[in-house]
Design a protein around this ligand. Structure first.
Ligand SMILES: *Cc1c(COP(=O)(O)O)cnc(C)c1O
Length: 223
Protein backbone atom coordinates (compact mmCIF):
# COMPACT_ATOMS: atom_id res chain seq x y z
CA UNK A 1 0.00 0.00 0.00
CA UNK A 2 1.34 3.44 -0.86
CA UNK A 3 1.96 5.93 1.88
CA UNK A 4 -0.78 8.24 0.52
CA UNK A 5 -3.35 5.45 0.73
CA UNK A 6 -2.11 4.47 4.16
CA UNK A 7 -2.10 8.02 5.48
CA UNK A 8 -5.55 8.80 4.13
CA UNK A 9 -7.13 5.65 5.48
CA UNK A 10 -5.51 6.04 8.89
CA UNK A 11 -6.68 9.65 9.17
CA UNK A 12 -10.14 8.81 7.89
CA UNK A 13 -10.49 6.13 10.54
CA UNK A 14 -9.08 8.37 13.24
CA UNK A 15 -11.36 11.33 12.49
CA UNK A 16 -14.42 9.07 12.32
CA UNK A 17 -17.67 8.96 10.39
CA UNK A 18 -18.97 12.26 11.70
CA UNK A 19 -16.07 14.30 10.36
CA UNK A 20 -15.61 14.92 6.64
CA UNK A 21 -11.98 14.59 5.63
CA UNK A 22 -11.15 16.92 2.72
CA UNK A 23 -7.83 15.98 1.11
CA UNK A 24 -5.92 19.18 0.31
CA UNK A 25 -3.96 18.57 -2.88
CA UNK A 26 -2.51 21.99 -3.69
CA UNK A 27 0.89 21.82 -5.46
CA UNK A 28 0.47 18.06 -5.94
CA UNK A 29 0.10 16.39 -9.35
CA UNK A 30 -2.99 14.71 -10.75
CA UNK A 31 -1.52 11.24 -10.10
CA UNK A 32 -1.53 11.92 -6.38
CA UNK A 33 -5.13 13.15 -6.51
CA UNK A 34 -6.23 9.98 -8.24
CA UNK A 35 -4.31 7.94 -5.72
CA UNK A 36 -6.10 9.48 -2.76
CA UNK A 37 -9.44 9.14 -4.56
CA UNK A 38 -8.73 5.44 -5.10
CA UNK A 39 -7.98 5.23 -1.39
CA UNK A 40 -11.51 6.44 -0.68
CA UNK A 41 -11.34 10.24 -0.70
CA UNK A 42 -14.61 11.81 -1.86
CA UNK A 43 -13.64 15.44 -1.32
CA UNK A 44 -10.65 17.38 -2.63
CA UNK A 45 -9.57 20.86 -1.50
CA UNK A 46 -7.60 23.39 -3.53
CA UNK A 47 -6.73 26.98 -2.66
CA UNK A 48 -6.09 28.35 -6.15
CA UNK A 49 -8.51 28.68 -9.05
CA UNK A 50 -5.81 27.89 -11.58
CA UNK A 51 -4.96 24.58 -9.94
CA UNK A 52 -8.59 23.49 -10.00
CA UNK A 53 -8.79 24.35 -13.71
CA UNK A 54 -5.53 22.55 -14.49
CA UNK A 55 -6.49 19.37 -12.67
CA UNK A 56 -10.27 19.18 -12.99
CA UNK A 57 -10.52 17.26 -16.26
CA UNK A 58 -7.78 14.80 -15.40
CA UNK A 59 -9.15 13.64 -12.08
CA UNK A 60 -11.77 11.00 -11.34
CA UNK A 61 -15.21 12.34 -10.35
CA UNK A 62 -15.00 13.86 -6.89
CA UNK A 63 -16.33 16.84 -4.96
CA UNK A 64 -14.09 19.91 -5.23
CA UNK A 65 -13.77 22.46 -2.44
CA UNK A 66 -12.41 25.96 -2.97
CA UNK A 67 -10.69 26.58 0.36
CA UNK A 68 -8.44 29.56 -0.43
CA UNK A 69 -9.01 33.27 -0.90
CA UNK A 70 -11.15 33.83 -3.98
CA UNK A 71 -10.99 36.96 -6.12
CA UNK A 72 -14.34 38.05 -7.51
CA UNK A 73 -13.08 38.11 -11.10
CA UNK A 74 -12.26 34.39 -10.90
CA UNK A 75 -15.57 33.10 -9.58
CA UNK A 76 -16.85 32.49 -13.10
CA UNK A 77 -14.14 29.92 -13.83
CA UNK A 78 -15.05 27.57 -10.98
CA UNK A 79 -18.74 28.16 -10.38
CA UNK A 80 -19.77 25.00 -12.24
CA UNK A 81 -16.86 22.90 -10.97
CA UNK A 82 -16.73 23.18 -7.18
CA UNK A 83 -19.32 21.87 -4.75
CA UNK A 84 -18.53 24.33 -1.97
CA UNK A 85 -16.65 27.60 -1.49
CA UNK A 86 -15.20 27.83 2.05
CA UNK A 87 -13.78 31.34 1.91
CA UNK A 88 -16.64 33.82 1.59
CA UNK A 89 -15.80 36.91 3.61
CA UNK A 90 -17.48 39.85 1.84
CA UNK A 91 -20.75 40.89 0.25
CA UNK A 92 -18.88 41.67 -2.94
CA UNK A 93 -17.76 38.06 -3.26
CA UNK A 94 -21.15 36.66 -2.21
CA UNK A 95 -22.92 38.81 -4.83
CA UNK A 96 -20.59 37.64 -7.57
CA UNK A 97 -21.07 33.98 -6.58
CA UNK A 98 -24.82 34.59 -6.59
CA UNK A 99 -24.73 36.17 -10.03
CA UNK A 100 -22.63 33.43 -11.61
CA UNK A 101 -24.61 30.66 -9.91
CA UNK A 102 -27.83 32.15 -11.29
CA UNK A 103 -26.34 32.16 -14.79
CA UNK A 104 -25.72 28.43 -14.45
CA UNK A 105 -29.09 27.85 -12.86
CA UNK A 106 -27.56 26.42 -9.70
CA UNK A 107 -27.40 27.21 -6.00
CA UNK A 108 -23.84 27.36 -4.66
CA UNK A 109 -23.02 26.07 -1.20
CA UNK A 110 -20.74 28.41 0.73
CA UNK A 111 -19.13 28.75 4.13
CA UNK A 112 -18.43 32.07 5.82
CA UNK A 113 -14.74 32.40 6.71
CA UNK A 114 -14.33 33.75 10.23
CA UNK A 115 -10.97 35.07 11.37
CA UNK A 116 -11.61 34.72 15.09
CA UNK A 117 -8.00 35.45 16.02
CA UNK A 118 -8.18 38.69 14.01
CA UNK A 119 -4.82 37.99 12.41
CA UNK A 120 -4.09 40.76 9.93
CA UNK A 121 -2.34 38.40 7.53
CA UNK A 122 -5.44 36.25 7.13
CA UNK A 123 -8.65 36.67 5.21
CA UNK A 124 -12.02 36.26 6.85
CA UNK A 125 -14.34 38.49 8.80
CA UNK A 126 -14.37 39.12 12.54
CA UNK A 127 -16.73 37.30 14.86
CA UNK A 128 -18.66 40.56 15.33
CA UNK A 129 -19.27 40.98 11.59
CA UNK A 130 -20.50 37.44 11.02
CA UNK A 131 -24.19 37.96 11.80
CA UNK A 132 -24.55 41.00 9.56
CA UNK A 133 -22.87 39.30 6.60
CA UNK A 134 -25.08 36.21 6.94
CA UNK A 135 -28.18 38.38 7.12
CA UNK A 136 -27.26 40.40 4.06
CA UNK A 137 -26.46 37.29 2.02
CA UNK A 138 -29.82 35.76 2.96
CA UNK A 139 -31.55 38.97 1.91
CA UNK A 140 -29.91 39.44 -1.45
CA UNK A 141 -28.37 36.18 -2.73
CA UNK A 142 -31.07 33.62 -3.63
CA UNK A 143 -28.56 31.45 -5.53
CA UNK A 144 -26.28 31.05 -2.54
CA UNK A 145 -26.88 28.61 0.30
CA UNK A 146 -24.96 29.09 3.54
CA UNK A 147 -23.86 25.68 4.85
CA UNK A 148 -21.72 26.75 7.80
CA UNK A 149 -18.50 28.44 8.85
CA UNK A 150 -14.80 28.04 8.18
CA UNK A 151 -11.82 29.11 10.25
CA UNK A 152 -8.03 28.99 9.90
CA UNK A 153 -6.39 29.27 13.30
CA UNK A 154 -3.03 31.01 13.71
CA UNK A 155 -0.10 28.62 13.45
CA UNK A 156 1.16 27.54 16.86
CA UNK A 157 3.78 24.94 17.78
CA UNK A 158 1.38 23.83 20.46
CA UNK A 159 -2.10 23.82 18.87
CA UNK A 160 -3.62 23.66 22.32
CA UNK A 161 -2.94 27.40 22.55
CA UNK A 162 -5.32 28.20 19.66
CA UNK A 163 -8.19 26.15 21.03
CA UNK A 164 -10.12 29.31 21.98
CA UNK A 165 -10.29 30.49 18.35
CA UNK A 166 -11.97 27.25 17.31
CA UNK A 167 -14.32 27.43 20.30
CA UNK A 168 -15.41 30.96 19.40
CA UNK A 169 -16.34 29.91 15.87
CA UNK A 170 -18.21 26.86 17.20
CA UNK A 171 -20.32 29.23 19.32
CA UNK A 172 -21.18 31.28 16.23
CA UNK A 173 -21.94 28.07 14.34
CA UNK A 174 -24.50 27.03 16.95
CA UNK A 175 -25.98 30.52 17.13
CA UNK A 176 -26.42 31.24 13.43
CA UNK A 177 -27.22 27.64 12.57
CA UNK A 178 -30.51 28.16 14.40
CA UNK A 179 -31.67 30.76 11.86
CA UNK A 180 -34.62 29.52 9.87
CA UNK A 181 -34.29 30.40 6.22
CA UNK A 182 -34.51 28.35 3.05
CA UNK A 183 -31.00 29.43 2.03
CA UNK A 184 -29.36 28.59 5.32
CA UNK A 185 -28.76 24.96 6.20
CA UNK A 186 -25.76 24.56 8.48
CA UNK A 187 -23.99 21.24 8.12
CA UNK A 188 -20.27 22.04 8.01
CA UNK A 189 -17.92 23.56 10.52
CA UNK A 190 -14.67 23.59 8.55
CA UNK A 191 -11.79 23.85 11.04
CA UNK A 192 -8.50 22.03 11.38
CA UNK A 193 -5.44 21.29 9.26
CA UNK A 194 -2.59 18.80 9.64
CA UNK A 195 -1.09 20.33 12.76
CA UNK A 196 -4.27 21.28 14.62
CA UNK A 197 -7.12 19.01 13.47
CA UNK A 198 -7.27 17.08 16.72
CA UNK A 199 -7.88 20.21 18.76
CA UNK A 200 -10.32 21.52 16.12
CA UNK A 201 -12.39 18.32 16.30
CA UNK A 202 -12.39 18.45 20.08
CA UNK A 203 -13.84 21.95 19.76
CA UNK A 204 -16.62 20.85 17.42
CA UNK A 205 -15.21 20.76 13.88
CA UNK A 206 -16.91 18.30 11.52
CA UNK A 207 -14.83 19.03 8.41
CA UNK A 208 -11.03 18.97 8.42
CA UNK A 209 -8.83 20.12 5.54
CA UNK A 210 -5.68 18.03 5.50
CA UNK A 211 -2.75 18.12 3.10
CA UNK A 212 0.66 17.53 4.65
CA UNK A 213 -0.35 14.59 6.86
CA UNK A 214 -1.59 12.75 3.76
CA UNK A 215 0.84 13.80 1.02
CA UNK A 216 3.93 14.96 2.92
CA UNK A 217 5.51 18.40 2.79
CA UNK A 218 4.69 20.58 -0.22
CA UNK A 219 7.47 21.66 -2.56
CA UNK A 220 6.56 25.17 -3.70
CA UNK A 221 9.65 25.47 -5.88
CA UNK A 222 8.01 23.18 -8.43
CA UNK A 223 4.80 25.20 -8.79
C1 LIG B 1 -3.06 24.26 2.55
C2 LIG B 1 -4.32 24.41 3.30
C3 LIG B 1 -4.77 23.41 4.21
C4 LIG B 1 -3.99 22.14 4.49
O1 LIG B 1 -2.84 22.41 5.22
P1 LIG B 1 -1.91 21.23 5.77
O2 LIG B 1 -1.16 21.88 6.87
O3 LIG B 1 -1.02 20.82 4.64
O4 LIG B 1 -2.77 20.13 6.23
C5 LIG B 1 -5.96 23.61 4.85
N1 LIG B 1 -6.72 24.72 4.65
C6 LIG B 1 -6.33 25.70 3.80
C7 LIG B 1 -7.21 26.88 3.63
C8 LIG B 1 -5.13 25.57 3.10
O5 LIG B 1 -4.75 26.55 2.25
Amino acid sequence: MSSITENFQRLNKETGDDVLLVAVTKTHPVEMLNEVIDAGATDIGENKVQEILDKYEHVKPVRWHMIGHLQTNKVKYIIDKVSMIHSVDSMKLAREINKRAAQHDLVMDILIQVNSAQEESKFGITTDETGALIEEILESCPNVRIRGLMCIAPYADDPDTVRQYFAEVKKLYDKFGAIEHENLDFKYLSMGMSHDYKVAIEEGSNLVRIGTSIFGERDYSKS
